[in-house]
Design a protein around this ligand. Structure first.
Ligand SMILES: [Mg+2]
Length: 290
């Protein structure tokens, strides 16, 4: 927490419930040019609907984000959806004011940039390539029985023992050597039913958000979400607060999920409440800029 225990906050804005949240909002207002506003899509800026393919951004979302974006370091959408789909359902494509909007989709495995209109996916992590290359030697040395086979999943490599004469024995035999191989290349082993999958440690909204904030050199962050998948992003903001990047945890409140509201600094009423709050934020920032 900063040196100020109770920063002066404009009365147009709701006051965050925690000291860390008040510091976060104060930091955002003090230096908006270094602030990032990061938002989940479904349930946060897009109302939840029975058919997920019918989900669209709240009608006020694009206008308010377009007002905010030029005042901030960046606005980013962080979603489990494919990035291009969220961009389309959000109505972000070609929207004036959102020329620099970024959508981190598939929990950060994909990225859509408004500037190019294109989706990029980072190449498979180098650890996977190394494991792929070393795996045959490791299996041979471990005495993997006939029937052991490997499945190349692109971003992960899986070793199956189901076809071995004794699948359980083969599974146990390979557990340790594969764990060592994974560890050497910073991968984790995800055990399944007669399968050991070697893959990069979990990509989640927290990893995606942290990487984006580092990339943009963010000095503060406001993260808004509505669901359990947003807890990883909340955790990331908590960690960053400890590293002198103040942050605000915003919750798009609903009757369905309460776990997030308990952790939030600010709880508003669904996507309409999020849009309302962002509008107040834009009013305050624009008023100062003008
Ligand atoms: Mg959501």
């Amino acid at each position: 927490m900063g040196s100020h225990s109770s920063p002066q906050l404009p009365e147009q804005l709701p006051t965050p419930a925690t000291p860390a949240g008040r510091d976060g909002l104060a930091a955002l207002l003090a230096d908006p040019g270094r602030a990032v506003v990061a938002l989940d899509f479904d349930g946060t800026i897009a109302p939840i609907v029975p058919d997920p393919d019918q989900a669209r951004a709240h009608p006020g979302a694009v206008p308010v984000l377009a007002r905010l974006a030029p005042l901030l370091r960046a606005v980013v959408i962080v979603t489990g959806r494919p990035a291009e789909l969220a961009a389309r359902y959000g109505g972000f494509t070609g929207a004036a004011g959102l020329e620099h909007l970024v959508v981190l989709g598939a929990y950060g495995a994909e990225r859509w940039d408004a500037a190019t209109g294109e989706v990029t996916a980072p190449p498979s992590p180098p650890g996977v390539a190394a494991v792929r290359a070393e795996l045959p030697g490791v299996l041979e040395k471990a005495g993997a029985p006939d029937g052991t086979w490997t499945e190349d999943k692109g971003r992960a490599v899986a070793v199956h023992t189901r076809r071995a004469a004794d699948p359980a024995a083969a599974f146990e035999l390979l557990r340790e050597p594969l764990a060592e191989l994974a560890e050497r290349h910073s991968l984790s082993v995800e055990p399944g039913r007669f399968v050991l999958e070697l893959r990069p440690p979990g990509m989640d909204k927290g990893v995606a958000l942290t990487d984006f904030l580092r990339e943009t050199g963010a000095g503060s962050v406001l993260y808004g979400g509505d669901d359990l998948g947003d807890l990883a992003a909340y955790d990331a903001v908590d960690r960053l607060r400890g590293e002198d990047v103040p942050g605000v945890l915003l919750c798009s409140g609903s009757e369905e999920v309460t776990a997030l509201a308990e952790r939030a600094d600010l709880v508003v009423d669904g996507p309409a409440g999020v849009v309302g709050l962002l509008g107040e934020l834009a009013d305050v920032l624009a008023g100062r800029a003008g």
